[in-house]
Design a protein around this ligand. Structure first.
Ligand code: PDD
Length: 289
């Protein structure tokens, strides 16, 4: 079945869906995006994604291309037309099309909206059972990593470094030695008391929706979550570690650079948290069935 994309008001075959060469997203990375998990037509934590999208747009003074409710319809419809049970929708909004010039174009320039959707294969059971390795990399990004900007070159470079070294993710480390986050995931550790530790939400990280959801789920189980920075050294001596994102959910980390954590197998706390998140997904999906 052929894939369908939404581009500025039209649903088009994926191969025929194009944007203008003077789209400011293309020329300046002048835009934002969201990736939302979809299961059985349900946008997982869709409202939180919409909230974060609106915040990113407002920080960059880009208009919403349409009302949030209408955008929701487009997201669902794009997912529906691509017919999958488990997948993602990707949405990107740029400041629109204008002759190349750094300042904002005239205020009547409409923002450009692209939505794609695709099936995502379930994460391999072996990867979940064995956990993944991460490498550390200096964080060379800008001071507004809280904005989900399409300007991802540093993230691309560190993720590639991870791939070359056979790792799943790169944990970026700030100038004071504290871990910020992965290239496309949030970073977590668990200490000897079983406390979950993850960097607080500020400009240095993206406020991950999976992170936010997992904090709520864990606290509802009376687990202690410490939102505080942790160093790379602390991570390497942690009892357990894991990462979260819309596509990876909760994934155990068993190696950081050359350091093997614990016995090198995913820890029980992490596997419990993954199960907690998978149960949440299953419940969300049932609710509207
Ligand atoms: N990445 N940190 C960064 C830098 C990210 O790009 C992402 C998401 C996350 C996790 O956020 P969430 O839980 O909302 O997915 C953290 C998406 C999936 C991507 O770029 O593909």
């Amino acid at each position: 079945m052929s894939r369908i994309a939404y581009v500025n008001g039209r649903y088009l075959p994926h191969g025929a869906a194009t944007v203008h060469i003077e789209d400011r997203g293309y020329q300046f990375s002048d835009g934002v995006y969201e990736v939302i998990a979809v299961r059985n037509g349900v946008l997982i934590d869709g409202e939180w994604h919409m909230e974060r999208l609106q915040r990113s747009l407002s920080e960059l003074q880009i208009r919403m291309p349409m009302a949030a409710a209408a955008l929701n319809v487009v997201l669902r419809e794009t997912a529906r037309r691509n017919r999958f049970r488990e997948g993602i929708v990707y949405l990107q909004i740029s400041r629109g099309v204008a002759r190349r010039d750094h300042p904002f174009p005239s205020p009547d320039t409409p923002p450009a909206l692209v939505v794609t959707a695709r099936r995502t294969p379930p994460m391999s059971a072996r990867v979940i059972a064995e956990g993944v390795g991460v490498i550390s990399q200096p964080d060379i990004r800008w001071d507004r990593c809280d904005i989900k900007s399409i300007s991802l070159l540093p993230n691309v470079l560190v993720k590639q470094a991870a791939r070359v070294q056979g790792a799943f993710e790169a944990w970026q480390v700030d100038q004071d030695g504290f871990v910020t986050e992965g290239a496309s995931t949030n970073a977590w550790i668990i200490n000897s008391e079983g406390h979950l530790i993850t960097r607080p939400v500020e400009n240095a990280i993206l406020n991950g929706i999976t992170r936010r959801r997992l904090i709520a789920l864990a606290r509802a189980q009376d687990m202690t979550v410490e939102e505080r920075p942790f160093t790379l050294a602390e991570a390497k001596s942690a009892r357990e570690a894991f990462l979260t994102s819309t596509t990876a959910f909760v994934l155990p980390v068993v190696r950081i650079d050359e350091t093997v954590l614990g016995n090198g197998r995913p820890g029980s706390h992490t596997m419990g948290l993954r199960q907690l998140y998978m149960n949440f997904l299953a419940e969300k999906t049932l609710e509207t069935d």
